[in-house]
Design a protein around this ligand. Structure first.
Ligand SMILES: Nc1ncnc2c1ncn2[C@@H]1O[C@H](COP(=O)(O)OP(=O)(O)OP(=O)(O)O)[C@@H](O)[C@H]1O
Ligand SMILES: [Mg+2]
Length: 360
């Protein structure tokens, strides 16, 4: 186990600047999730930590040692890939023990380690099978087992669950979280799935175009996003963005309806009076108004999508669609008028040009 300290890291592929100045300190035993849209540089950053890519600029420290010039095998990290990368002609036991055999560990010790890892991952009964005789989830476990037996300072995962079906993914996600609790190891996990990021991470590092947009605990990023990008990336269904203008009377939407603000809120945004803003609120923080007095605005239901306990209801404010998550038995139907109450403890205002959350 070890802490990781990355400073001023840049990576270019020819003319393409992929990692653009990453500073990141990861504590010993922390579960860090790198998340962000496709192509933002997550895998490149992870591969650079592993030593599979050379950094162009900056330093990577693992356990207090700068590893920039160390070969991957000497960095004492184990990486688990999306495509498992198992040896097809080797049994499960041989695959898991491969790294130890290559390092000339004594046979009994290898056997004991393989057994222990297989037990942890619930694949003891498959040790004599070949990878092709396993399901996707079982193969992924073998790949994780291979990393566990090496007892590395750091585990690196690159989208290890994305080849699995939804149910298996949920199951393996819980197992990886349990594994982290059991081993207490430092883990860096790459995904573009925000649910995976939220559920697994001690800390989320949200990347955007080769840079860190914001990092913090999952709830910190969810509740206190600093930018529109962060607000829009985390949360399901997605947060709503509605163009508006901040006036002394409150937040005025494109259709002229006004959301009156409590005095304290108005004062807080005083510097932005008369300016365009983006009003952002999550579907969970919009409800049907209990009565006329509680209503903030009115609209007409366009779309109703039941999911079981909750139903997603879409309506428009001005020309912009807004989704609310409502009680399944009180959702209404398309064409119904609906009186809306926003939870005023939870909206945010964004400056349209910079994308910055006001007051953050
Ligand atoms: N070996 C390479 N040569 C040239 N460009 C590369 C190379 N590897 C990656 N890139 C480019 O670097 C950028 C970042 O790639 P990377 O694989 O790190 O993204 P990612 O965030 O992991 O995306 P995804 O979620 O799709 O896996 C992409 O634009 C990609 O095309
Ligand atoms: Mg990737």
């Amino acid at each position: 186990m070890a802490h990781v300290n990355i400073k001023g890291l840049h990576k270019h592929f020819g003319a393409v600047h992929v990692v653009k100045g990453i500073d990141l300190a990861i504590a010993d035993g922390e579960f860090t999730v790198l998340v962000g849209p496709s192509g933002c540089g997550k895998s490149t950053l992870l591969r650079t930590i592993a030593g599979l890519e050379q950094a162009n600029e900056g330093t990577i420290e693992i356990g207090g040692k700068v590893v920039n010039d160390m070969r991957p095998r000497d960095r004492d990290v184990a990486m688990v890939f999306q495509d498992y990368a198992l040896y097809p002609h080797m049994t499960v036991a041989q695959n898991i023990g491969f790294g130890l055999r290559a390092r000339n560990f004594p046979k009994p010790e290898i056997e004991a380690s393989v057994k222990r890892a297989a037990k942890m991952l619930n694949i003891e009964q498959y040790l004599d099978r070949l990878p092709r005789q396993l399901s996707g989830g079982q193969r992924q476990r073998v790949a994780i087992g291979r990393a566990i037996v090496r007892n590395p300072q750091i585990f690196l995962f690159d989208e290890p669950l994305s080849n699995l079906d939804a149910q298996l993914r949920d199951e393996m996600r819980s197992e990886i979280k349990r594994l982290h609790q059991e081993l207490g190891a430092t883990m860096i996990y790459v995904t573009h799935d925000q649910i995976e990021a939220m559920t697994l991470a001690d800390r989320i590092v949200l990347m955007n175009a080769g840079q860190i947009e914001q990092s913090g605990s999952p709830l910190d990023l969810y509740e206190k996003p600093k930018t529109r990008f962060v607000a829009g990336f985390l949360g399901s269904p997605k947060i709503n963005f509605v163009k508006a203008r901040l006036e002394p009377s409150g937040i005025v939407f494109a259709d002229g309806q006004t959301l009156r603000l409590p005095a304290a809120e108005s004062r807080r945004y005083g510097a932005h009076l008369g300016k365009p803003v983006v009003f952002a609120i999550r579907p969970q923080h919009i409800d049907r108004a209990a009565d006329a007095k509680a209503a903030h605005i009115a609209s007409t239901i366009d779309l109703v999508q039941p999911t079981g306990a909750r139903t997603y209801v879409t309506f428009a404010i001005g020309q912009e669609p807004v989704m609310a998550e409502l009680d399944a038995h009180d959702a209404g139907k398309p064409g119904d008028r609906i009186a809306i109450a926003f939870d005023l403890a939870h909206f945010i205002l964004i400056e349209p040009d910079s994308g910055k959350v006001l007051g953050s």
